[in-house]
Ligand binder design. Sequence first.
Ligand code: DOR
Length: 462
Amino acid sequence: MSDGVRMHDERAAEPLRGQGELLLAGGRMLDPASGTDQHLDVRVRDGLVAEVGSDLAAGDAEVVDCAGLWVTPGLVDLHTHLREPGFEHAEDVASGSAAGAAGGYTALCAMANTDPVTDTAAIAELVARRGREHALADVFPVGAITKGLRGEELTEMGEMRRSTARVDFFSDDGIPVADALVFRRALQYATAFDAVICNHSEDPDLTAGAQMNEGEVASVLGLPGWPHEAEEVMIARDLILAAGVGARLHVPHVSTAGSVEIIRAAKAKGVRVSAEATPHHLSLDDELVRSYDPVLKVNPPLRTEADVHALRAALADGTIDCVATDHAPHAAETKDQEWEHAPCGMLGLETAFAVVNTELVASGLLDPLTAIARMTTGPAAVRDVGAHGGPIEAGRPANLAVLDPQATWTVDADRLHSRSRNSPFHGRELTGRAVHTLLRGRFTLRDGQVAASAAQPQEETL
Ligand code: DOR
């Protein structure tokens, strides 16, 4: 299904024309790639950063007043469920990327649990093409590790890598590759082209029938528990196998203190591992489940307060490389059910920066530059996302976010841009919000308003 369209690299290098020169003036530039935390102006011309400096003359440029705001690389999400193809009633590339733009994101990695599954070069190219045609952010498909996510037969990862979608990151997300032999072969195969393998860390035998984190709250509620060991044994197995073949392993949505310890030890030994934590696992715990509100059901489950603290410390010390949203839209007709029947997953793109800023920066656990690093350079080091994640320097595509670290707002799920409403932060007051997002110099978010989407009627069928 190759359509001969531009590849990511070419696309990233090509400026969008037709918008006049901009001067982002007076902001605090936080650019982790260059280690910059300084008040600097940024001139944007023809889709590129034209100049970075102090007190730049406006000339003919339109001045965008960034006083009191942070100017950062556009945020990068390694873990987004855009639900297209197959589940467009919950989200599609246009609505998911609108949510991304509203959250300050310019690059989204689209998970493979679509229908059909993203397990061939053709589907990966379709997702990438939908991104180019409909998205307000650049879309980087994730390829499945096994055909149909069945955990049995490896996909043609090499073909996906060589396709115009250039897939270099593979995951059966939501479903663990439980068979150690299949998983080891996947790791070996991926090393041939230095791709990253990401396994949903869950031993399915230990979680059969589980509904929430195993522990005191589960006992009180009488819900079957999901033991933390189920995550930890799988991560330990995967690390041992990855170390054995020298493969690159990425651990998604780390949720337990024990997992943090295992990853920390592996990193100390030089294993090629990276890890992510979600905003919800960094801020919410299983006490909330006493409400039986199905919006709080997620996989891995919300854990204990002690786990939340361990994740925060791991994000601060770099054991966890990045914040990834696991933005998982579910339509109301499936999510709004009694707890037992509700699917796992919660929205994340539009609240991620606010949660990190409120919970980690304002509380003094992370300095602003490190927080932005975990949302830009951190994920960009895991896989190739082209010209995203910084540095912000002359000649590079202007993929930027302008963030207000002081803006306090109350999350209203009905006003988010996702097609679904399942935000666990609905009704919460958070501090921090994207004001502008620029993708190759074009506003995808301006003054808090998402740009009209490039969305066309979805006439395309497979
Ligand atoms: O809660 C989750 N939802 N966890 C996953 O791993 C998958 C995701 C989904 O696709 O809804």
